[in-house]
Design a protein around this ligand. Structure first.
Ligand SMILES: [Zn+2]
Length: 239
């Protein structure tokens, strides 16, 4: 796959789309994950309309009972309504992102070079909101309590900045981090846009302070935390 060839910093990618314990589907710039649970599996994000069929076909191999949305941007929650129906799954989303389902919030570029992309996104984001979906399980607290109840070994980590409710899920060595960090441009990079850059910077420090070794980002393939660390430190020093 084109995406994977470009990502030289990832040593090996198995054909069955597993990277260590990480089960993923990477297609047209979007990466969706599945986390296995005791009583059903969890889909991490759903992608935009252009990946719907491919993601649905892939997800049908699992016993999807939950859909965890890392945040309520269209390229993560567009298919939430249709997948909820297809799988009879319950949707989890941080309560702080509930408002984003009905109203887009202006994003700022985190580097000058992202100005035009951001400008474009601020227009299209308003014009094309995701189909509405009902959240079944609001995420209100960090930690493992809720996940344990649902049969998953892991914890929620709040990393606001890209959106107010940006939420990561840590399972073992892996932090499923949505857009709190990215490999969108085929290399480790801070999120190119944020609703609040100051808050995002605090979250980047917090992300580094977790004991995760891999970042399973919403775009691109999993990134080594050590590689992400270098990019984050440089960004925080220079900005
Ligand atoms: Zn996003």
């Amino acid at each position: 796959m084109r995406l994977e060839k470009k990502q030289r910093y990832v040593p090996v990618t198995n054909a069955d789309k597993r990277f260590g314990d990480i089960i993923y589907h990477s297609f047209r710039g979007t990466t969706i994950y599945v986390i296995k649970g005791k009583s059903g599996d969890m889909l991490v994000d759903t992608g935009l309309f252009h990946v719907r069929r491919a993601v649905r076909r892939w997800a049908e191999k699992f016993d999807i009972k939950y859909i965890f949305l890392t945040h309520a941007h269209a390229d993560h929650d567009w298919n939430a309504a249709v997948f909820k129906k297809r799988f009879g799954a319950r949707i989890l989303l941080n309560r702080k992102d509930f408002g984003l389902r009905n109203g887009f919030r202006t994003l700022s570029p985190t580097r000058k070079k992202y100005w035009f992309k951001c400008f474009h996104l601020n227009i299209t984001g308003r014009l094309f909101p995701s189909p509405h979906y009902k959240v079944d399980i609001p995420i209100v607290n960090e930690g493992s309590e809720l996940l344990e109840k649902l049969g998953f070994k892991g914890r929620f980590v709040f990393l606001p900045g890209h959106t107010d409710g940006m939420t990561a899920l840590q399972c073992g060595d892996t932090l499923y981090c949505g857009d709190a960090f990215t490999a969108l441009f085929y290399e480790p990079e801070i999120p190119p846009y944020a609703v609040d850059i100051k808050t995002m910077k605090r979250s980047l420090r917090k992300l580094l302070s977790t004991n995760a070794k891999w970042l399973a980002c919403g775009h691109g393939l999993p990134v080594k935390m050590s590689d992400a660390g270098k990019v984050i430190e440089k960004y925080l020093n220079e900005n």
